[in-house]
Design a protein around this ligand. Structure first.
Ligand code: ARG
Ligand code: ZN
Length: 879
């Protein structure tokens, strides 16, 4: 709640901390009406700081200060200043012990930052700046301390008391209370501190490390979730051995703990030795979690575990360096997922997210570099750019150096910086030093925002047998950045002959043994490459495996795209050619007359995909997914979302009608015979038959309806149950839809994670999720404004996925979102700021939409006491 304008913080103003904290001793007294936090810090002046005799400034937020003592002597109010957001002591010795007692109210903490309560348990979230909501402290990642934490609470209500490191002491206290003391031997920034107290069941396992140490693995969940831990535990063990094999990283503590909590702003958090997860990102059973959820859980468990090295042992100097740990760790978890399943499918999924959402961010008012130069509220910078584009930047380094040099580079990075708080530049330097490569120009990827655009043109010189490829790059202006320099772009390509054969890529006329795929390195605004010994005009396969996060423009004919769909040896580009073709066909139908023809060759190629079971079925399952509305909007200028929705529906219906019999056959062919398993093959089978079902119901096919109802009733797993439910919800069979929704609810009403899926399947559907129905969902007894997952599953799914309803020309969708943002701003500003995202894209849309979107943003802007989080997003969007 603030009246004055939030401050902007600049990277260029970074200064080393004036004081260092070597040790922190914490004692928590937990009660129902609040918590008393006793903190004793061993502080010394930083020898590297030039600010001699600087006052001691400790960050604080929403704390009630009870007492301050310096070297054991209580200070009087005249000796310090409690500024609300800072505790300042003007004069302190070189080295001293500071004891501070504060009182906080976790039970009233609806922001879910710091110490709060979630379904009866105490838990914490300190990244980025939540520790200051617990006690006064230099809350910045370059202050690293050893923590000792004693937790005291009522034993009956909170039998489990956890913090980072090893439990070193425990005992009984008066009045039915007890305590446990934890000690973490590794110095860490306070954002990695964690505490949990609750009535939880413990699941145990062990992992033997490469050096033969046995690590105690423990999961803590509410008793009702005891049977939903196996998948996360298995994922954890796979992550631990993968990190040993691929990066040479062994776990360092004796215990590794995972806790599931229902109320959590993000997915999960890598607190040292005590990872805390959003329940929806860790709990799974065949009966309650879809394939997508199983895969997401495996990836997130791995992500948080990998942070133990890329994030905890080597951490960030300041929050501008966030991508140092997040970009690198996302890259690591995506390598891991690729190794655990289908690498091509994983690549397709990552690129889909990047191109749909990160490209949109990079083209919008919140665009920022992978290493931002400024921010108002750091919580707003846990973005797709920091995470996914950051991972792409690391992937490009991996591709430029090759796997062996990259491993040498990561070894050097971990060895050189172990125990330090460092910068993205330190990471790049380690890669340079290990490999001998110069990455000077490459560093622009960290500094310049915006998605580079590559305009590619070609000519074939039949006489000389030369194929020329011109590639020009430019990087669009973004807020505060224009006239950007060309970046260093690895561009993988191949050329195909008329029978689909890969051609040798001879950059010199007489070159022998030329490879069929090359990675060209673009460093200038424009390059022309000549390929020799080419007998006929080839079909270019450009930016294979999406070798750089860029947009490629090339005037592909539909003929060429169809050719690449069936011949490109790069699976990713096969898929991409199909996407480009589908995009082209849908775009050509936006605003076209009702009877405009749908490209017949699209039907032929999809028929081939559906019927040829010799094709890689996992890839086929992906190729059958039409480009999403969100992606089509991202590609459009002056977007008309309802018109795009209609054009896409028209193509979908045309495909379904034309391929009706093939879809039924595909459904039957992919029916499950054996037990449920989560292999790429089984996932592909389920995906194929659920796609077939969805398409059949889009055209109100009677047999499809019967299949869907039967599958819904008889499914032995959530993927199939949800696949059938989604198909029914998105059909015109209103009675079946309502029946299935009701049945589903009755079956799973006790399971919050399943009810979240139940909310979002409705909110994301243009049939079941029009505004009056959305309002009804918000009134539903299972809905809870205090639970971020519920808010995301209704409000987020409506505004982010139900695009034709959200962009209702009457503006009601925008009004609705503005109202919900304002409502949430007081209780949970982080979540409120995230929800604004769809409105920030207002400039993308045709004037009849964009003007109303802008007006909705202005209404949010004018709310009294706007949080810093929402203030930053709204003001930057309107600027
Ligand atoms: N570091 C966490 C991760 O693994 C996310 C932290 C969330 N931070 C926040 N400010 N909500 O990606
Ligand atoms: Zn992370």
């Amino acid at each position: 709640m603030r009246s004055n304008q939030p401050q902007t913080i600049y990277l260029s103003e970074y200064q080393v901390p004036a004081y260092l904290v070597d040790h922190v001793d914490l004692r928590f007294e937990l009660f129902e009406e609040g918590a008393r936090v006793h903190s004793t810090l061993s502080v010394r002046r930083n020898p590297d700081s030039r600010a001699a005799s600087a006052p001691l400034e400790l960050d604080g937020d929403s704390l009630r200060l009870e007492s301050v003592a310096l070297d054991g002597a209580e200070l009087s109010a005249a000796d310090y200043e409690d500024r609300g957001d800072q505790l300042v002591i003007a004069s302190v010795p070189e080295q001293f012990e500071l004891s501070v007692v504060t009182w906080i109210e976790p039970q009233n903490n609806t922001r879910l930052e710091g110490l709060y309560k979630s379904s009866g348990m105490f838990c914490t979230q300190c990244e980025a700046e939540g520790f200051r909501c617990i006690t006064f402290f230099p809350d910045r990642p370059d202050v690293m301390a050893r923590f000792r934490t004693r937790i005291e609470a009522d034993k009956a209500s909170y039998p489990v008391l956890l913090s980072n490191g090893n439990d070193v002491d425990r005992g009984e206290l008066e009045g039915g209370r007890h305590f446990v003391t934890w000690e973490d031997p590794f110095p860490k920034p306070c954002y990695l501190f964690a505490l949990v107290a609750g009535d939880l069941v413990e699941k145990r396992d062990t992992f033997r490390t490469c050096s033969g140490r046995d690590i105690d693995l423990r999961m803590y969940v509410e008793p009702r979730n005891a049977e939903k831990c196996d998948h996360a535990m298995d994922s954890l063990k796979r992550s631990m051995s993968w990190d040993e094999e691929v990066y040479g990283r062994e776990y360092d503590l004796d215990i590794f703990m995972i806790v599931a909590v229902d109320d959590f702003n993000m997915g999960a958090m890598e607190n040292k030795g005590l990872n805390i997860f959003n329940s929806s990102c860790v709990l799974a059973s065949q009966d309650t979690a879809t394939d997508a959820a199983f895969q997401r859980i495996e990836a997130i468990v791995a992500h948080e575990y990998f942070h133990n090295w890329s994030g905890n042992r080597v951490t960030c100097r300041d929050w501008f360096q966030l991508s140092l740990k997040e970009g690198f760790t996302v890259f690591r978890d995506s390598q891991f997922s690729a190794d655990m399943g289908s690498p091509t499918v994983k690549r397709i999924e990552d690129v889909t997210l990047l191109r749909t959402a990160q490209f949109a961010e990079d083209a919008g008012p919140m665009a920022h570099p992978v290493r931002p130069a400024s921010y108002m509220e750091i919580s707003n910078f846990y973005t797709l750019t920091i995470y996914e584009k950051g991972a792409e930047v690391v992937r490009m380094i991996h591709n430029l150096l090759g796997p062996e040099m990259f491993r040498k580079g990561s070894d050097l990075y971990f060895e050189r910086h172990d125990g330090q708080a460092v910068t993205t530049d330190d990471f790049v330097r380690a890669m340079e030093d290990a490999s001998g490569r110069d990455l000077t120009q490459f560093r622009l990827w960290y500094e310049q925002a915006g998605t580079p655009v590559l305009n590619v043109s070609d000519e074939f010189d039949a006489e000389q047998g030369v194929y020329r490829l011109n590639i020009a790059q430019h990087i669009p202006d973004t807020p505060g950045q224009s006239n950007k320099k060309p970046q260093h772009i690895p561009f993988a390509l191949g050329l195909l002959g008329s029978r689909g054969e890969p051609l040798p890529l001879k950059l010199e006329a007489g070159e022998e043994n030329a490879p069929a795929e090359r990675v060209l390195e673009l460093t200038e605004a424009s390059h022309t490459f000549e390929f020799h010994g080419i007998g006929e005009r080839p079909v270019p396969s450009l930016l294979r495996h999406f070798s750089a996060p860029v947009r490629v423009n090339y005037p592909w004919s539909r003929e060429q795209l169809l050719f690449l769909m069936s011949h490109d040896p790069d699976g990713f580009n096969r898929w991409d050619a199909g996407q480009r073709l589908a995009v082209d066909v849908i775009q050509s139908l936006v605003g076209a007359p009702k009877d405009a023809a749908v490209e017949p060759r699209l039907v032929t190629s999809y028929r081939h995909l559906i019927c040829d079971s010799s094709l890689d079925q996992a890839l086929v399952a992906k190729m059958l997914q039409l480009p999403s509305e969100a992606y089509l909007i991202e590609l459009a200028d002056n977007a008309d979302a309802p018109a795009i929705h209609r054009a896409r529906e028209r193509v979908l219906k045309h495909l379904a009608i034309s391929l009706r019999d093939e879809l039924v056959a595909c459904y039957r062919r992919n029916l499950e015979s054996g037990d449920y398993e989560i292999t790429p093959e089984a996932i592909a089978r389920r995906s194929l038959r659920n796609t077939a079902l969805a398409w059949l119901l889009v055209i109100n096919d009677e047999e499809g309806r019967e299949l869907a109802v039967r599958q819904f009733r008889s499914a032995d797993n959530m993927t199939d149950r949800m696949g059938a439910l989604r198909a029914l919800v998105n059909s015109d069979y209103e009675e079946d839809r309502n029946l299935a929704l009701e049945e589903f609810y009755q079956q799973f009403r006790e399971d919050p994670q399943v009810i979240e899926q139940w909310f979002s399947v409705q909110a994301a559907s243009d049939r079941a999720g029009q505004l009056p129905q959305i309002h009804a969902l918000l009134e539903h007894p299972a809905f809870d404004w205090k639970n971020p997952n519920k808010v995301r599953s209704v409000v987020g799914a409506f505004a982010g996925q139900n695009l034709s309803a959200f962009h209702n020309p009457d503006g009601s969708g925008y009004d609705f979102l503005a109202e919900q943002v304002c409502r949430l701003d007081d209780s949970n500003p982080q979540i409120a700021a995230r929800l604004v995202t769809p409105l920030t894209r207002w400039r993308k849309f045709a004037p009849e939409y964009s003007e109303q979107m802008k007006a909705a943003l202005e209404r949010i802007r004018d709310k009294d006491g706007l949080s810093r989080d929402v203030y930053e997003v709204v003001h930057k969007s309107l600027a």
